[in-house]
Design a protein around this ligand. Structure first.
Ligand SMILES: O=C(O)c1cc(=O)[nH]c(=O)n1[C@@H]1O[C@H](COP(=O)(O)O)[C@@H](O)[C@H]1O
Length: 234
């Protein structure tokens, strides 16, 4: 099932059971689901298939970052699971990005291929420590422009960078934004954050939301409140 909600709920759980319980409490018409490194390492492809058979579109967030041949193979495996979205690190460089696009070119109904720019857990200080000479938003724009040039469908970035990316790269390039926190919610380890409504106003295409939903007393109600704040009645 497809949904008009931009919300992707991050299922960051250590095992299959709590992930399936949470999924069962949500409506596939009201969100998509993200399976990341922790859950996929524990539960594997079977879990992805279970979520899809419950009607959810799945973002397989394994952030591949390796030599071109290895990433291309990993993406072919992801595509064979029938996932809706998959991601790779743009900092793997042009040849890795082009090999990724090429790997999916022969696949029927391939996942939307998204490049990770600068993680939303990083702030300017973390970024400087890595020795980058330019400012953080400039680096996000540089990586996003490279991703677009290589044929990716969009990038993961902070919603704080969404308006500049939209302006420079056009609105048909998807912006997937984690670091979403409803007003008053704990920031946790995220650093570049915006509220759901602010992120949409800035030009985000999809909002990745984990703990504000999964750790809520009533996750379905927390998701509903976010959709309502976006004036979506689903
Ligand atoms: O690729 C991602 O999804 C991702 C990229 C990024 O820059 N920052 C980021 O937080 N994420 C993921 O988005 C989710 C955010 O979860 P919460 O911080 O709990 O809302 C986590 O599953 C992260 O792995």
């Amino acid at each position: 099932m497809s949904t008009s909600s931009p919300v992707i709920v991050a299922l960051d759980y250590p095992q299959m059971t709590p992930a399936l319980e949470l999924a069962a409490s949500l409506d596939p018409g009201a969100c998509r689901l993200k399976v990341g490194k922790e859950l996929f390492t524990a539960a594997g492809p079977v879990l992805v298939e279970r979520l899809q058979s419950m009607g959810f579109e799945v973002f397989l967030d394994l952030k591949f970052h390796d030599i071109p041949n290895t990433v291309a193979g990993a993406l072919r495996s992801a595509a064979s699971l029938g996932v809706w979205m998959a991601n790779i690190h743009v900092s793997g460089g042009r040849r890795m990005l082009e090999a990724s696009v090429e790997a999916l070119s022969g696949v029927s109904a391939p996942p939307l291929l998204i490049g990770v720019t600068v993680l939303t857990s990083m702030d300017t200080q973390d970024f400087r420590e890595l020795g980058f000479g330019n400012a953080l938003p400039e680096q996000v724009l540089r990586l996003a422009a490279l991703a677009k040039d290589c044929g990716l469908g969009g990038v993961v970035c902070s919603a704080q960078e969404a308006s500049i990316l939209n302006e420079q790269l056009g609105s048909d390039f998807a912006l997937v934004t984690p670091g979403i926190r409803p007003a008053g919610a704990a920031q946790d380890d995220q650093r570049r954050v915006l509220t759901p409504a602010e992120a949409m106003a800035a030009g985000s295409s999809y909002l990745v939301v984990g703990r504000p939903i999964t750790r809520a007393e009533d996750p379905a109600a927390a998701l509903h409140a976010i959709n309502e704040s976006l004036q979506l009645s689903l």
